[in-house]
Design a binder for this molecule. Structure first.
Ligand SMILES: [Ca+2]
Ligand SMILES: [Ca+2]
Length: 499
């Protein structure tokens, strides 16, 4: 009996180890099956009030972290309809110290910032005295240009999505005339010409109207007519029109507006992105309908606003997979952070929870990356994969619980492994080197997000050279591991222990 037990115990141990390995989740990546191309991780450019004594310190900290650590590479720059007005209400507001409500100077600003006064009776002739770009210029000079410089220092480019805002329900005692397509087109052209002459800046895209379902003068058909009129003016002035729309606050309304918009002859050809927000009408059916329309019409999609800590990694995953998003906005710039400004010159800036999790995506998946197929054999493990323009492969996994994950289908190379859970942030596991046909294994201890990413740029692996000390250490490791090898699983040997 004793003799029999001597065989049974190790046999059981080997069997247990085998069962453990086969129970791990297998994620299979297939780079041959491709989906959307990425167009940047977006935030709106807001830092703080222009009059906030912490503004400059916050701006410097936010931009540095957003660019160099989080991976934000696209910005929504807003321009208000009230730029076309005979009075520079923004200049007056700032001159009065940017007062808060219910200060009457604040209310004057609020009641007029979307009100328009026509520059002249001819939409074909710009009267520059009828436009005041003071607020836009302040944002460009104090936020966009320093931000752009930092992104470019990393060899990347800042995608600028210029967004027209006209919350006309705030107007009191004023009027609004940009619901005439030719007047709207003149406004857009004036903004393009101004940015080009002042800053040599040309936006990558123009987002037509922020939340048109909150603006009584606008509907889907008018959006389509505005695209056609604006595209003609921009083209005639040497610009390449590229529009993002309809940007409804409600996903259901976005579908309705989109259908009306592209029914206008000539509108579709200048549309680049089908944009939507998530404040209402949220359903997987609506998300699927948005993705289907985008595929059918050769467009990208973007969930471009769900602020106030709603942009979790689960929402991001849903928008990237079912919604096929190429760009995504979960917050304004300041919304990525918590800031203690009790010392205005030295604010203490930390990451909000969503930033920590979403950074697992943002930091590694860059503009131009192509999403590729990734399948999981476990319902609680949600994978997504990308190939960056430099050939680097990225696999991100939202895990509903802790566990071991084997990632198959990646090309030979050296891979970094990083995870974040609710109790641990930014944990790096040791790098893994795999040959063709091998898998990358990683274990995440609790629910969270795991990222596996190519180290450096793909190419032939350097030939390893070993010093005398290296050879001695290797021999010691082999000796130390010898007795354990039989019990360790093949994948554990390869990836998780020096054995
Ligand atoms: Ca005008
Ligand atoms: Ca005019």
């Amino acid at each position: 009996m004793k003799k029999l037990m001597r065989w049974i115990v190790p046999a059981l141990a080997i069997l247990t180890s085998y069962v453990h390995v086969t129970a791990q989740t297998v994620v299979t990546v297939d780079p041959a099956v491709t989906y959307q191309t990425m167009r940047g991780w977006e935030v709106t450019s807001f830092v703080a009030s222009a009059c906030d004594p912490s503004f400059a310190a916050l701006r410097d900290a936010y931009i540095d972290l957003a660019v160099n650590d989080i991976g934000i590479d696209r910005v929504r720059l807003e321009v208000r309809s009230g730029v076309e007005n005979s009075t520079d209400y923004y200049a007056n507001f700032v001159a009065n110290g940017c007062p808060e409500p219910p200060d009457p100077e604040y209310l004057t600003w609020r009641h007029n910032r979307y009100a328009t006064v026509n520059d002249n009776a001819d939409p074909g002739t710009i009267n520059w005295n009828g436009f005041h770009f003071t607020e836009l210029d302040w944002t460009v000079e104090h936020i966009i240009l320093p931000w752009k410089q930092q992104v470019e220092a990393n060899g990347e480019s800042l995608f600028i999505n210029l967004n027209y805002v006209a919350f006309t329900s705030q107007i009191e005692g004023g009027t609004y005339h940009h619901d005439a397509p030719d007047e709207y087109a003149e406004f857009v052209l004036a903004t393009y010409l101004h940015l080009q002459s002042e800053y040599a800046l040309v936006p990558d895209t123009w987002e037509l109207v922020l939340e048109p379902d909150n603006v009584s003068q606008w509907n889907g058909t008018l959006l389509g007519q505005a695209i056609v009129a604006t595209a003609a003016r921009l083209t005639a002035n040497g610009f390449t029109p590229s529009f993002v729309a309809p940007s409804n606050t409600n996903m259901g309304n976005a579908i309705t507006y989109f259908d009306q918009m592209i029914a206008v002859p000539g509108a579709l050809q200048y549309l680049e992105e089908f944009s939507y927000h998530r404040y209402g009408g949220v359903s997987l059916a609506n998300l699927q309908a948005i993705a289907d329309r985008a595929v059918q019409n050769g467009l990208s999609t973007g969930m471009l606003e769900w602020w106030f800590d709603n942009g979790t990694q689960e929402v991001l995953y849903e928008d990237l997979t079912i919604g096929r998003n190429s760009s995504w906005q979960g917050s304004v710039l300041s919304g990525l952070f918590n800031a203690d400004t009790s010392d205005p010159d030295n604010p203490v800036v930390t990451y909000r929870t969503n930033t920590k999790f979403n950074r697992q995506y943002f930091k590694f998946v860059r503009q131009g990356a192509v999403r590729v197929d990734a399948l999981s054999d476990t319902a609680t493990v949600h994978p997504i994969a990308f190939v960056n323009e430099d050939g680097g492969h990225i696999v991100v996994v939202n895990a509903d619980s802790g566990g071991a994950i084997e990632i198959a289908g990646l090309p030979a190379g050296t891979y970094g492994r990083k995870y974040t859970t609710s109790v641990e942030y930014d944990v790096d596991l040791t790098d893994v080197v795999i040959a063709d046909g091998e898998s990358v294994d990683a274990t995440i201890p609790q629910a969270g997000v795991l990222t596996v990413y190519t180290r450096g740029i793909r190419g032939p692996e350097p030939v390893p050279t070993l010093s005398v000390w290296g050879i001695l250490i290797l021999l010691l490791i082999i000796l130390a591991c010898g007795t354990h090898i039989a019990r360790a699983s093949a994948s554990q040997r390869r990836h998780e222990s020096p054995c």
